[in-house]
Design a protein around this ligand. Structure first.
Ligand code: NAD
Ligand code: DAU
Length: 353
């Protein structure tokens, strides 16, 4: 039976990968992408599907309560997949307010709009609907050298970004507990792959290597992240939508823990091999550390593996090559982002069509 996905933040990195993923795998669906198009939203990511009759784009802010209510009136929405967020930790340190607006208040608006639209009686909702909150391992705080985050690890966010994501998670949980809304929360580790904005470690380093610019490594570069190829994340989210137990939290991780400095060195060596052997580690610059920098993240994905049979399919050595190859084959995408011209894409392609 036909299902309608409301994907928020679908013009961003993971959201656009997710839209491609579900349109390729499910025939009989409608995908409504609602995105404010902040600096992180790029409709060029969705060029290949913009004329697909199963896809619709609406420019709106998740903080605009009336606009969210109207969306639920306009479409028969079955699934909400809430990616819309301010997502960059460094920006949250300099400007926390917008993180609270979008990540906390935006989530609250969406929960309210879904609740009113889906309600069929006291604490009962239309059959088959689901609200999936895309969260992050950063809500658990930082690990020492041993151990992993499980779904029962206490929340201990450190940055304004992770505090806003933890707040949103608690609201989603509260709507499940209080109003019996059909919700799930997924918490994943660092994603990488095509269409990632070059403020984040991997695309920034690739772009700087290609431009022979310095590679800024925060502090000693020994902070550890658990890298997840974005398509593996999309697959996990879709599995939770299809078969996850309502009310549950699922951690999603790649079993790919690496210190930042190792990531940077592996990017240098592959770009040098593919493009120019003179690109080398002399580009590395150790710069001041991020304030409150979490030392290590590591996910225990046992629950989603045992419950839904999910495993990451792309290990880092393969994923980083695929990712660098994508950026090399899509130099124009990066040029449009770094020149800022991607922000005119919406007007050029949509307005007055
Ligand atoms: P992104 O910054 O690339 O994209 C965010 C998207 O949300 C953009 O298209 C932006 O225009 C849109 N947006 C921002 N504010 C909005 C608003 N007020 N209303 C409507 N749309 C708005 O982010 P991403 O890296 O794709 O992350 C997506 C989600 O996944 C976020 O919720 C993030 O917290 C979570 N997450 C990301 C990672 C990661 O490694 N990137 C890991 C774990 C969790
Ligand atoms: O763990 C999941 C999180 O991963 C998501 O919730 C966030 O939305 C996403 O942005 C990401 O957060 P990080 O802060 O881990 O990602 P970022 O790419 O900004 O940084 C990765 C690591 O690299 C981190 O330890 C900081 C470091 N770093 C980052 C940049 C941009 C550098 O050393 N130099 C840099 O220039």
């Amino acid at each position: 039976m036909s299902k309608t996905y409301l994907v928020t933040g679908g013009a961003g990195f993971i959201g656009s990968n997710f839209i491609h993923y579900i349109l390729e795998r499910h025939q009989d669906i409608l995908v409504v992408n609602v995105d404010k198009l902040t600096y992180a939203g790029n409709l060029e990511n969705l060029k290949a599907v913009m004329d697909d009759e199963r896809y619709a784009f609406i420019q709106a802010d998740v903080c605009d309560r009336e606009a969210m209510v109207r969306l639920f009136e306009q479409y028969h929405i079955d699934y909400v997949v809430n990616f819309a967020a301010e997502s960059h930790v460094d920006r949250s340190i300099t400007d926390p307010g917008v993180f609270v607006s979008t990540n906390v208040m935006g989530t609250l608006n969406l929960l309210d709009a879904a609740k009113s639209s889906w309600k069929t009686g006291e604490d009962s909702y239309r059959e088959g609907v689901r609200f999936l909150q895309v969260s992050t391992d950063e809500v658990y705080g930082s690990l020492g050298p041993e151990g992993f985050f499980t779904e029962t690890t206490p929340l201990d966010p450190h940055s304004p970004y992770s505090a806003s994501k933890a707040s949103a998670d608690l609201l989603v949980k509260a709507y499940g507990d209080t109003y019996r809304m059909p919700v799930n929360i997924t918490r994943c580790s660092n994603n990488y792959g095509p269409y990632q904005f070059p403020e984040k470690l991997i695309p920034l380093m690739i772009n700087n290597c290609l431009n022979r610019q310095g590679l800024p490594v925060y502090g000693d570069g020994m902070q550890v992240r658990d890298w997840l190829y974005v398509e593996d994340h999309c697959k996990a989210i879709d599995l939770v939508i299809q078969r996850g137990t309502l009310g549950e939290v699922y951690n999603i991780g790649g079993h790919n823990e690496k210190p930042n400095i190792e990531i940077v060195k592996s990017i240098i060596s592959y770009v040098a091999e593919k493009v120019d052997p003179s690109i080398d580690e002399r580009l590395i610059r150790h710069v001041s550390d991020r304030k409150g920098h979490d030392r290590r993240y590591g996910i225990d994905p046992t629950k989603i593996r045992e419950a839904l049979g999910w495993e990451p399919e792309t290990m880092f050595a393969e994923g980083i090559r695929k990712t660098i190859d994508w950026y090399l084959e899509n130099r124009q995408w990066m040029e449009h982002v770094t020149s800022g011209s991607y922000q005119q894409y919406y007007r050029a392609m949509y307005v007055g069509r």
